[in-house]
Design a protein around this ligand. Structure first.
Ligand SMILES: Cc1ncc(COP(=O)(O)O)c(C=O)c1O
Length: 383
């Protein structure tokens, strides 16, 4: 059997990793400024994380949600504490798509409504409900078109249309990313969050903020929306939550009442996944990684500003989008293959995405800048 070929892949096979570096089978070392798509939060193969997983797998790695799982409760407690959402509860699942799928269901169960408002450029995942609020027609199959999902996509700044739609009082939820990632790092901004929060209250609509990519300390606060002091009803997480171990979750406001059978999953919240999740939070706390992301982000931003080729820099902390005055595909390839640094693209062909581990230091930044400079020279002069 061969693999179902759905991913355009780099001609690189990785065999090991350490901190902010990954190594290929030939022994080449790469600086990781992409974190495997914002997944690596605490750095690769962190010894505390590795030890915690090894110890847990020796004891019990899985049992279904029909038994008491201490690690699930510990993870919820820690997450509440570190995020400042202590009065919320946590539903644990396995991925970002699933977390949004469940958030949409919770909102719909609660309101008894089904229509959703999402935003242009959004990416919330590929399962049926998450895809229905994702603004990318290329991902939609005829099967997806024929579902009952009804989503209205609106521009972030079009508050008039937003309020107009809400006036019908048939909208179950508004869903937005904390900062849009796939579209090229777009922060909806203070005005947006302020207005949306007040609209949701006025029209009795659930506010879902997808922090799958922008959460877990990446932007210099635990959740990116916390810069704007808004309090969503539902917050979705995944990516950095397990540092590579598949886990996702929904943080749920106390007004939503659970009942047996309302949600469920076979794998979500198992012993091993929760152990990974606990280790990640303990390391984020012990090593002040949120503060570090903020500090390193500022330094990186300041140094990147002197590059004349970069037209705009968007984002915060260690979630940055660099918009160049040319399409970046060649630059990305030079960075990866020649300079040996992992970076990312986005749906905007001019934007290079940086999502490094949260524990990078100034030496990593210096090295990245040196490599970027060399790559740009190579692109210009061929050497
Ligand atoms: C903001 C956001 N939400 C949801 C998802 C989907 O997550 P997953 O691929 O884990 O299903 C992603 C993935 O890139 C994302 O960036």
């Amino acid at each position: 059997m061969k693999l179902f070929d759905v991913y355009p892949i780099l001609d690189i096979e990785l065999s090991k990793s350490k901190e902010s570096y990954v190594f290929d089978v030939q022994g080449n070392m790469y600086l990781d400024f992409y974190g495997g798509h914002a997944v690596i939060s605490i750095g690769h193969t962190h010894p505390y994380y590795v030890q915690a997983l090894k110890e847990q797998i020796d004891k019990i790695s899985y049992y279904s949600n029909s038994v008491y799982i201490y690690q699930k409760n510990k993870l919820a407690h820690l997450l509440g504490n570190i995020s400042g959402y202590e009065d919320y509860s946590l539903f644990i699942c396995n991925s970002g798509s699933e977390s949004n799928e469940n958030a949409l269901k919770i909102a719909s169960f609660h309101t008894g409504k089904s229509k959703v408002i999402a935003f242009k450029g959004s990416f919330h995942g590929r399962t049926s409900g998450s895809l229905s609020v994702t603004d990318n027609y290329k991902l939609i199959s005829p099967f997806n078109v024929n579902t009952q999902h009804e989503t209205i996509f609106i521009d972030y700044q079009d508050f008039d249309s937003l309020e107009e739609k809400l006036k019908n009082k048939d909208i179950c939820a508004i869903i937005t990313e904390g900062i849009q990632g796939v579209s090229g790092i777009i922060d909806p901004g203070l005005d947006f969050f302020y207005k949306v929060e007040s609209f949701c209250k006025k029209y009795d609509t659930v506010l879902i903020v997808d922090e799958v990519q922008s959460g877990y300390g990446r932007t210099g606060s635990f959740f990116s929306h916390q810069l704007y002091s808004v309090k969503p009803d539902l917050i979705t997480v995944a990516k950095g939550m397990g540092n590579g171990f598949p886990i996702g979750g929904v943080l749920i406001h106390p007004k939503f009442k659970p009942y047996y059978g309302m949600l469920g999953t076979t794998f979500g919240g198992n012993h091993l996944a929760c152990t990974a999740g606990i280790a990640v939070l303990e390391i984020i706390q012990k090593e002040n990684l949120i503060e570090n992301a903020k500090k390193m982000g500022k330094i990186l931003l300041q140094k990147l500003r002197i590059f004349p080729e970069i037209k705009k820099i968007r984002g915060r902390g260690l979630m940055l989008g660099l918009e160049f005055d040319f399409p970046i595909q060649d630059l990305k390839n030079i960075l990866i293959y020649k300079e040996k640094v992992f970076v990312g693209t986005s749906n905007n062909p001019y934007v290079l995405r940086l999502l490094p581990p949260l524990n990078i230091n100034e030496n990593h930044i210096k090295l990245f800048l040196k490599k970027l400079k060399k790559a740009l020279m190579y692109l210009k002069n061929g050497k």
